[in-house]
Design a protein around this ligand. Sequence first.
Ligand SMILES: NC(=O)c1ccc[n+]([C@@H]2O[C@H](COP(=O)([O-])OP(=O)(O)OC[C@H]3O[C@@H](n4cnc5c(N)ncnc54)[C@H](OP(=O)(O)O)[C@@H]3O)[C@@H](O)[C@H]2O)c1
Length: 261
Amino acid sequence: MKTIGIIGTGKMGEALIESIIHLEYRIIGSDVNNKTRQMISQQYGIKMFDDNYELAKNSDIILLAVKPQYIQPVLKEISEFSGLVISIAAGITIRQIKESIPGSRIARVMPNTPCLVGEMAAGYSFSDDATQQDKKIVNELLNTAGVAVQLDENLIDAVTGLSGSGPAFVARLINYFILAGKNSGLSEKTARQLTVQTFLGTAKLLQKKNLSPEELITMVSSPGGTTIEGRKVLEKSDIKEVIDNTVLAAVNKSKELGKNK
Ligand SMILES: NC(=O)c1ccc[n+]([C@@H]2O[C@H](COP(=O)([O-])OP(=O)(O)OC[C@H]3O[C@@H](n4cnc5c(N)ncnc54)[C@H](OP(=O)(O)O)[C@@H]3O)[C@@H](O)[C@H]2O)c1
């Protein structure tokens, strides 16, 4: 059985442990934080290290889940590692990891926050030397934690703008729907319950019935009914352009941050 060593068992590291713990891997972890180490080993029964070098020595696969600003010293500590390194650190490129750990094969992942509830949307890419088995492993691990799509590294900025930053954009829209519900006389609590469930239900309906958004829109728009009346306002507005510009601004910022690396 292969051993996965998770470096950094904070929010994302823990969420990934929770998602993959039932798979056929031995999981170990390391973290600088004493309390986090204790909590993780108690909660999940996994061996925790306070030394990344030791963890790497005991791992076949490393999952890097520390904040990008702390990544450089960690890469130095594990520079002798040879094997598959899966990094979820935002903005850290395959080239940067390869330069620090020359013997490694790399998967770079752009996850998003719903990973915390097992509903991650992620894009990922590999270094050229990644093997078919590496690809199989990464695909299995990530799709257990949600939905993950393999793509070229130059598209990671697009993923960052769409699904990486997306939860904040969607939450903003949800907030506006709640306010609209309140303006129509509902209490905040009721407006919130109904809005969140409407977003969740709509997304599940699209996913589970494999419907396109247009098909769903047609399904719920009876001629002369309430939905069509609302759509007239929505579709006459510049919402399409606003959303397009929102995602584009995030994509461009991701590209700009990448250039400084
Ligand atoms: N959170 C998100 O929604 C999200 C979304 C996309 C991508 N990501 C990526 O996921 C990664 C992890 O983010 P997170 O939100 O899970 O961060 P986090 O909650 O801060 O977890 C990181 C953990 O790593 C520990 N740590 C710091 N330096 C370390 C070192 N040298 N060796 C071992 N452990 C160390 C931290 O301890 P201390 O707390 O004591 O520093 C903390 O327990 C980041 O690279 C981020 O870019 C996160």
